[in-house]
Design a protein around this ligand. Structure first.
Ligand SMILES: Nc1ncnc2c1ncn2[C@@H]1O[C@H](COP(=O)(O)OP(=O)(O)OP(=O)(O)O)[C@@H](O)[C@H]1O
Ligand SMILES: Nc1nc2c(ncn2[C@@H]2O[C@H](COP(=O)(O)O)[C@@H](O)[C@H]2O)c(=O)[nH]1
Length: 204
């Protein structure tokens, strides 16, 4: 039977750079991991594509998915639903491939319960001022939404102790290096690589 893949959860406050870091990791890693595309009821931002950035759903459609237990986790975040399709995650892990989730903190804590063996990484900003500066500079949110996201961010930062690792996103290249190193180390620790080397001891 194939060894199950590793479930990697990258979480942290809005604007810290989760999406930026995740895209950079995927561009370097030649798809070592599979990205789980989330469902959301948020309206697409300029340039966002349905089925690439998110699966965009109405509230009714999302509530139906909740009812049918199609989501591994879900959360209502600043007025919209966000959730992870359970079938994709289960199927990919059972094929022995690693799955990468990029989700907010309430959802990550639900995943922790369902997958205690997952790898939970909290991406932290260098400071709250820099976090605010990043959301403002991104230019995608109204002032009211920025204020709401910053309020939630303070509650999320308190939860960082619930994660296996905290990685500071001071520079994107350094944050990616740290996350890649953590994933490699976790694979080794879980002896998913080591058994392959046992072959070296097989004498002909
Ligand atoms: N290390 C960094 N230094 C400076 N700016 C950064 C860094 N990482 C990301 N940014 C910028 O910060 C902004 C927010 O980044 P991004 O959209 O990736 O955050 P996020 O955590 O995915 O946000 P959300 O949770 O709201 O989707 C973007 O404009 C991005 O270019
Ligand atoms: N609990 C979940 N949170 C998710 C999921 N997909 C994304 N997110 C997080 O929501 C906020 C807001 O995202 P934005 O795209 O509107 O800026 C952010 O922290 C995302 O990481 C999910 O499936 N479940």
């Amino acid at each position: 039977m194939k060894e199950r893949g590793l479930l990697i959860v990258l979480s942290g406050p809005s604007g810290v750079g989760k999406g930026t870091v995740r895209k950079e990791i995927f561009s370097q890693n030649d798809a070592n991991f599979q990205y789980s595309i989330s469902m959301t009821t948020r309206k697409p931002r300029a340039g966002e594509v349905d089925g690439v950035d998110y699966f965009f759903k109405s509230r009714e459609e999302f509530e139906e998915l909740i009812k049918q237990e199609k989501l591994l986790e879900w959360a209502e975040y600043v007025g919209n639903y966000y959730g992870t399709p359970v079938d994709y995650v289960e199927q990919t892990l059972s094929e022995g491939r690693d799955v990468f989730l990029e989700i907010e903190v309430q959802g990550a804590l639900q995943v922790r319960k369902a997958f205690p063996e997952g790898l939970f990484i909290f991406l932290a900003p260098p400071s709250l001022n820099e976090l605010k500066n990043r959301i403002v500079t991104r230019g995608t949110e109204s002032q009211e939404l920025i204020d709401n996201r910053m309020k939630v961010a303070k509650e999320e930062i308190i939860m960082m102790d619930a994660y296996d690792y905290v990685v500071e996103n001071d520079r994107v290249d350094l944050a990616c290096e740290r996350i890649n190193a953590i994933v490699v180390a976790e694979h080794c620790r879980r002896e998913r690589i080591a058994p392959r080397y046992k072959k070296l001891l097989e004498v002909e």
